[in-house]
Design a protein around this ligand. Structure first.
Ligand SMILES: [Zn+2]
Length: 440
């Protein structure tokens, strides 16, 4: 019998993250009628009727309560695309009013949602949309980047009531100062690249440089603190081709073509699960832009694709998590070592900062067993996997035979994995200056 660490929580094939960019205190009035309508709102109308958040909850997430969302928030006055816009855009910092603060705070403290950092203004608009300079590319020095991040974190904390643990480069665009600005600012995780872009065969700095899908779609680290780099691997618009205005074929033929199309497109998701890689589904909160163009991907145009995707994942062995939950598991996993002893006993060598955090362990040859924890409680394995807290002392594997023996029968029934699952990393407080003692 051999116990080993699971790559992902609960022995999942893949973590699934739903990442939505540019939730902001902004609104583009696309038809200039002074009223909000579907697709115009970026977060300015909070949870009101016709708001994007309402659309997300009611039209997409309602049937998928397990799905967790990580929202990337430009915290200041989110700028538009061009200097001379065609449409009116209202934009304020997320802490502008008591109502806006309450809205962003509500999301950040919701068990299924997390706010992450996405700059202050998102960048600097130019004459044309193509001239837009993304925020991190606009910084001329590390000091400038650090100062702006500091200002942004202040706004974020004022609204959300806590510091963000992670974030994403605006437009996946960075320069030579960027990674160090993230490392020095104390973030635990970050999204640096549109990793899937590399499959286009085009070379683009926003795609990253790793040509091997096995590592390109997995967790990486950067900086002296080993900041976790979460890859961006799935476009939320993946299945849109099945739902557009399909031309000539009707009825059964159309349905068959659609099915074939979807199955073929989902192979890229299957491949991620097959190789235990990250499924991170990318979206924008709204299609509206002040230059009159439509932003893609967005949750409105892609709702059918997203629903199909979530339906497909529903029966799969996946772990729905936020960016911080993923980073928390990976850090605990990477800083814990199983020390095997005789008679099915083992210890977890770990650092103090990971004590009490959750790890998933697996036995490849024992589908059913109980694991007695150092504190005397025990946990039942499901399909050979147990979710346990990292504790000092001995863990003991109890086979069904051993469990019945009076000698080992004292294990209590108390420790249930659910209790451990409900711990959210963001609620444990952020430690921006902590130094990892491990060399990566
Ligand atoms: Zn963005």
């Amino acid at each position: 019998m051999r116990i080993e660490l699971c790559k992902w929580y609960n022995g999942a094939a893949s973590p699934v993250l739903f990442m939505i960019d540019d939730l902001a205190n902004a609104w583009v009035d696309t038809n200039s009628n002074g009223k909000v309508e579907w697709g115009e709102d970026w977060g300015f109308f909070r949870n009101e009727d016709q708001s994007s958040f309402r659309f997300l909850e009611e039209r997409i997430l309602r049937e998928y309560p397990d799905v967790k969302v990580t929202f990337f928030v430009p915290v200041g006055c989110r700028v538009g695309m061009v200097i001379e816009p065609q449409l009116t855009m209202v934009s304020e910092p997320i802490n502008a009013t008591e109502d806006s603060r309450a809205f962003f705070r509500f999301i950040h403290h919701h068990p299924n949602y997390e706010l992450a950092y996405h700059g202050t203004t998102h960048g600097v608009p130019g004459r044309l949309a193509a001239d837009f300079r993304q925020e991190w590319a606009s910084f001329g020095s590390l000091d400038e980047a650090l100062q702006r991040i500091g200002e942004g974190l202040h706004i974020f904390e004022d609204a959300a009531g806590a510091r963000p643990l992670g974030g994403k480069y605006c437009g996946y665009t960075s320069n030579e100062f960027s990674d160090e600005s993230i490392n020095s600012s104390g973030f635990t995780w970050w999204c640096r690249y549109w990793n899937r872009g590399l499959e286009s065969g085009i070379s683009d700095p926003t795609f990253g440089t790793d040509p091997d899908p096995l590592t390109n779609y997995d967790i990486k680290r950067f900086g002296s603190r080993g900041v976790i780099d979460i890859p961006s691997t799935v476009n939320g618009a993946l299945l849109n081709g099945a739902f557009g205005s399909v031309r000539s074929p009707k009825g059964a033929v159309k349905r068959m073509l659609r099915k074939t199309y979807i199955r073929q497109k989902l192979r890229s998701v299957d491949a991620l699960m097959e190789h235990q890689l990250v499924i991170s589904i990318q979206e924008h909160i709204a299609p509206s832009r002040d230059d009159g163009k439509r932003q893609s991907p967005n949750i409105f145009d892609d709702s059918a694709s997203l629903i199909q995707l979530f339906s497909y994942l529903k029966g799969k062995n996946v772990w729905y998590c936020t960016g911080s939950e993923l980073a928390d598991y990976v850090n605990t996993r990477d800083h814990s070592v199983i020390e095997h002893m005789a008679d099915g006993r083992f210890k977890l060598r770990h650092e103090m900062e990971h004590r009490g955090r959750t790890l998933s362990l697996r036995s490849r040859d024992l589908p059913s067993f109980r694991l007695r924890l150092p504190d005397g409680t025990s946990v039942q394995a499901v399909n050979g996997v147990v979710n346990i807290p990292v504790l000092p002392g001995e863990y003991t594997v109890m086979t069904p035979l051993g469990e019945e023996s009076p000698e080992r029968g004292r294990a209590s029934e108390g420790a249930v994995p659910d209790k451990i699952q409900s711990v959210h990393p963001k609620r444990r407080g952020h430690r921006p200056n902590r130094q990892d003692q491990r060399v990566y």
